[in-house]
Design a protein around this ligand. Structure first.
Ligand code: FAD
Length: 448
């Protein structure tokens, strides 16, 4: 069944209500168009704070908002909870999971990214990644249940494996996860167990490259490494993961240009978190195949300067799904990074270009305004790299942590969320407690 546009006005369909999709829809608020926003989940998710849910610091509603509620006052938006399974550019129509079709005049695809296990999808069961609320619930359950099971386990070897937490990948998510896990072990759970000492838990951060936070300048990587070690995280650099199963992982070192011999060893662990690889949503390759537009190695589809697809000006792709370039006047094009400001700015720019097209005006190339990079490591620990008209401003430690904290609270969707998050953080800061530690189903069959 084909669902037509709700009226005779131009119909803009937006796939995905993450950062890119939400901003695109908001940009069309006063436009004389009908907008249909389609997402496979019922919520917009603030992914930068997802690790806080995975580590029991925040409850899910603090970082997620129902899509339907976000558009309650935007009368030109219809919200559909559905998974897009196909796109037919020739027919200007998309296929939903229930087999129905939705036609469009203009399409913005903002379906984001998913985990990449670098060809080892079989690792996903033993080492969940962090991308959705469901992932965060599962990681939180595994972390808390490892301590619980260790308390009832007599065998010392098994107990050690239960108290060994491994995070793979030292990008921002891996660093945040590892730092917070160390805090949980050393502070939050202190004094709560009688047979184990949670503070004896080992938190390992395993990274294939030579430094943590490789997108940051080297000086800040070094600061981040020092802060991680101060929190009690054991960082293993130049360590490549070669196998993961339910009882641990295999790691290989050496074989690099320094001539160090190749060595392999095993880390027994019951709780492994994958924070190493990102791949674009499968919709990228699907769209590439349907339009003949090339995708890069991560499956991101290459877009024109105005974010549309070559030969299909009615289709735009934004956010993590797009291999987009920033076009600043007088400068060579620069790749747009896969971060939330990139997705938000591109969402607004794609919507603005649709309005230009409808007005018979030429479209404008996308220009990304890069305000810098932040990463938190744990309590009073963060690194900040800001771009200013006078050059880069870099700092770390408590000031950076406060900056990170207020910046993230500011960008959260909804006033209530901001207040709740600030309150939870303040109480966690003074008490060392993490208030979202309730696990509804200890076996992991379902969670909410
Ligand atoms: C754990 C984590 C931490 C991060 N931390 C930071 C940070 O500190 N700072 C920063 O700037 N960036 C951070 N990022 C990156 C940032 O979140 C992304 O760059 C941003 O979310 C990309 O926005 P997007 O709109 O492209 O995709 P998303 O925000 O991922 O939204 C995609 C939407 O599409 C929906 N969708 C996907 N496929 C389909 C389909 N087939 N049918 C219907 N709907 C679909 C999804 O449900 C989702 O709602 C982080 C990401 C993660 C995962």
């Amino acid at each position: 069944m084909q669902t037509p546009s709700p009226s005779a006005r131009p119909h803009v369909v937006i796939i995905g209500c993450g950062f890119g999709g939400l901003e695109a829809a908001r940009k069309l608020q006063r436009a004389d168009v009908d907008v249909t926003v389609i997402d496979k989940t019922n919520h917009h998710l603030f992914q930068p704070l997802l690790y806080q849910v995975a580590t029991a610091g925040l409850a899910a509603p603090s970082i997620a908002a129902p899509v339907r509620a976000l558009f309650r006052k935007q009368a030109n938006v219809t919200t559909l909870l559905a998974e897009v399974t196909g796109i037919d550019p020739a027919a200007r129509s998309i296929r939903l999971g229930d087999g129905s079709d939705v036609s469009y005049d203009h399409l913005i695809v903002a379906a984001g990214a998913t985990h990449s296990y670098f060809g080892h999808d079989e690792w996903s069961g033993a080492a969940p990644g962090l991308k959705t609320l469901a992932d965060a619930f599962e990681i939180r359950r595994r972390v808390l249940m490892s301590f619980e099971t260790a308390e009832t386990t007599a065998d010392p070897e098994r107990r050690r494996a239960l108290l060994t937490f491994v995070v793979i990948g030292a990008g921002p998510t891996g660093v945040e996860m590892a730092g917070t896990l160390a805090e949980i072990a050393k502070h939050t759970l202190a004094g709560e167990f009688r047979r184990i000492d949670p503070g004896s838990a080992q938190v390992l951060l395993v990274e294939g490259g030579p430094r943590v936070l490789q997108a940051m300048p080297e000086s800040l990587s070094q600061k981040a490494l020092e802060q991680l070690e101060k929190l009690g995280v054991e960082v293993r650099l130049n360590a490549r993961v070669t196998a993961i199963d339910d009882s641990g992982l295999e790691v290989q070192t050496g074989g690099g240009p320094d001539g160090a011999p190749v060595q392999s060893y095993r880390i027994p662990s019951s709780c492994v978190v994958w924070a190493a690889g990102v791949a674009a949503s499968p919709l990228g390759r699907m769209l590439g195949a349907a339009t003949g537009v090339e995708c890069d190695r991560a499956g991101r589809i290459k877009v024109e300067p105005d974010l549309s697809l070559a030969g299909h000006p009615e289709i735009s792709v934004v956010g993590d799904l797009a291999a987009a370039m920033s076009h600043a006047p007088g400068k060579p094009p620069k790749p747009v990074p896969g971060v939330s400001p990139g997705a938000k700015q591109a969402g607004r720019a794609a919507a603005a270009n649709i309005l230009r097209r409808l007005a018979g005006q030429p479209t404008e190339p996308f220009r990304y305004a890069d305000y810098g990079n932040l990463a938190t490591i744990g309590r009073n620990s963060a690194v900040v790299d800001l771009g200013t008209p006078f050059g880069p401003l870099r700092f770390s430690g408590r000031l950076a942590w406060l900056f990170w904290l207020f910046a993230h609270a500011y960008f959260l969707i909804g006033f209530r969320n901001r207040v709740v998050v600030m309150w939870d953080w303040a109480s966690a800061y003074w008490s060392f407690q993490r208030n979202a530690r309730v696990v509804a189903d200890v076996q992991g069959r379902s969670e909410s």
